[in-house]
Design a protein around this ligand. Structure first.
Ligand SMILES: [Zn+2]
Length: 301
């Protein structure tokens, strides 16, 4: 047993004690974040977590350009032979986009809700994620357009993300499932109620995730359904809507409320944590530089 971030006990997966090791990855993006991460030996599960951390601030389709950079420090758990058994939590992550750096530290304030925070104590979490799907391409924006099936100009009341059938769709925020059923032209449709004003809807899905039915609670980032092409649809995509007081608004431009701002002792405990993480980060950077220079000197390795 060990303590988790919230101070509770969690069962270890293996009987053998595993060594927790700071693991570092960094890369400059040349074509895609995905390719850069693979080249830098950043595991896919860590990359997915990284995308989740930044998905509140970054529209991965539009904002990420060649020359942008990311850096991540995460826990790796190794067995007694030094073999990686599993990866753990991200401790620090940064992205530098068009010269502007966003950096976040994992921290658990007294509320018990672990989140990522900037140095100023502002949480990364917003009320809603703008892009509730990983690695998808925005294929149709919000507004008037010629409908691909009906052929006449029609208001497009959501945004479309092209993605292969079966791609997981995440809940854009914490909420309650209002509908998870077949809904005419929307096909297999999920609607979540986040608060008194805000709802989100997900259409054309191939199927719903287990346990997602009217009345069930979902957490932000939880998988609620999978991309499909049910209903009036020309191909696999997610049609995503944000409803504000019952009216569809543009998910890409609507002002989303910002997250938590740590104050008092919560801010102090974050500020106490940051230097130790920065020191571990500096050591990991040095180690990475050393490995890189050794690799240059030893082409056989
Ligand atoms: Zn659509």
């Amino acid at each position: 047993m060990k303590l988790d971030d919230a101070g509770g006990f969690v069962a270890e997966e293996a009987e053998r004690p595993l060594d927790r090791r700071d693991t570092y990855g960094a890369a400059t993006i040349e074509s895609s974040l995905y390719e850069a991460a693979i080249a830098a030996n950043v595991p896919i599960d860590v990359l997915m977590d990284l995308v989740r951390v930044f998905s509140f601030d970054v529209d991965f389709q539009r904002d990420v350009q060649p020359g942008d950079r990311f850096e991540v420090l995460f826990d790796g758990f190794d067995d007694e032979f030094g073999e990686r058994v599993r990866n753990g939590e991200i401790r620090y992550a940064s992205m530098t986009l068009s010269g502007k750096t966003l950096a976040f530290y994992r921290h658990t304030p007294t509320s018990g809700f672990t989140d990522f925070f900037g140095r100023d104590g502002r949480s990364v979490r917003k009320a809603l994620m703008r892009t509730p799907i990983d690695g998808a391409r925005l294929s149709s924006g919000f507004g008037k357009r010629r409908h691909p099936i009906l052929g006449y100009n029609k208001m497009h009341k959501g945004v479309d993300f092209a993605a292969p059938t079966g791609t997981p769709i995440m809940a854009a925020g914490d909420g309650v499932v209002e509908m998870a059923e077949r809904n005419g032209a929307y096909g297999n449709y999920v609607r979540l109620r986040h608060n008194n004003e805000v709802k989100t809807a997900y259409a054309h899905t191939s199927r719903f995730a287990k346990g997602v039915r009217a009345g069930s609670r979902v957490k932000q980032g939880q998988i609620i359904a999978y991309v499909g092409t049910t209903g009036r649809s020309t191909g696999p995509h997610l049609h995503y809507e944000v409803l504000l007081n019952g009216r569809q608004v543009n998910p890409m431009s609507v002002e989303l409320p910002t997250g938590e701002q740590l104050l008092g002792k919560d801010l102090k405990s974050l500020q106490a944590l940051i230097p130790s993480v920065d020191a571990r980060l500096a050591a990991a950077r040095d180690q990475a530089r050393l490995v890189a220079s050794n690799d240059d000197g030893n082409p056989g390795r």
